[in-house]
Design a protein around this ligand. Sequence first.
Ligand code: ADP
Length: 278
Amino acid sequence: LSVSARSVRDPDGTFAGAGLAYTDITDVLQALQVKDDFIAAVSHELRTPLAAVRGRTELLASYPDQPPEVRADVAALQRNTARLERLVSDLIQAGQLQSGALHLRCAAYDVVAVAAEAVAAAEPGAAAAGVALSAALDDGSGTPRRIPAFGDAGRVRQVLDNLLSNAVKYTADGGSVTLEVYWDDEVDEVELVLADTGLGIPPADLDRVFERFYRCASARQRGIEGLGLGLSITRALVEAHGGHVLVESEVGVGTTFTVRLPRLAASGGHASLVGRAG
Ligand code: ADP
C-alpha cells in the first residue's frame, strides 16, 4: 500500500483535520518485478551463445595467411562481440545490484598494479579513437610505486575500466585522457583521478549521470553507444568498498572523475542500488 496524508483546513485557514489516502500499488510493484526478472532472464540467456560466438571469432582470427579484407571483417566481428558482451554484462550486474546480490570478494591487492592493467587494456581502444592515454603511476623517477590495499581487485578494475572507456568514448579524436593515483596517508585513502578533454557534462546532469539508464542528451544525439548503466554500477561498487565517486565537468572542456577508496575496505562489502533514484 502507498499511503499519502494531507491536512484539511477551514476557509479561514484553521486546522480542521487530516485526510489519509491509501492506494493499492501491488500491480505496479509486480510489473516492476516482472520487468527486472525479464531483463535478468534475457541477459543470462544471451551470455552463453555470445561466449560461443566469441570463441569462434577468436579461432577465426588465429588462422594465418588471411587476406587483409577477411582480417578486417574478423576484427570487426571481434569488436562487436566484445561490445555485446559488455552490454550484457552491464545488464546482468545492474540486475544483481538491484536485487542486492552482488558481493565483494576482498583480499590484499596493489592499487597501482590494477590501475596499470586497466590502462594497458584501454590503450588499443584509445589509440583507435585517436585519444592520447597517459597514466602517472611511477614515483617520478620511473620506479613503479606500490599502494597495497584490501578490497575486491576485480571490482576496482571494473570501476577503472568503466571510467576509462567512458573517458575515451566521450572524447573526440585528438583529445587526451590521464589517470593519476594518489595515496593520502592521513586518511589512509587512495585517490584515483581520471581526467579527459572530452564533451563535458552539463551542470544539470552532473548528479543524474549516476542514475540507472540515464544518458546526457549530447551522448544520445551523437549516437554514442551505451545503456546508461556503467556509472550506476561504478558508484555502487565504489560505495560497497566504503568509498565515493565525485565528478567535475565543464561542457566543451572536459570531465574529471575522482574515486576515493579507503585502503582497507570492509571485508565482503555488499553492493546495492536499492533506494537509489532511477
Ligand atoms: P553510458 O556511457 O553507457 O551511456 P554511463 O552510466 O557510463 O552510461 O554514463 C552515463 C552518461 O554520463 C553517459 O551517457 C554520458 O552522457 C555521461 N558521461 C559519462 N562519462 C562521461 C565523460 N567522461 N564525459 C562526458 N560525458 C560522460
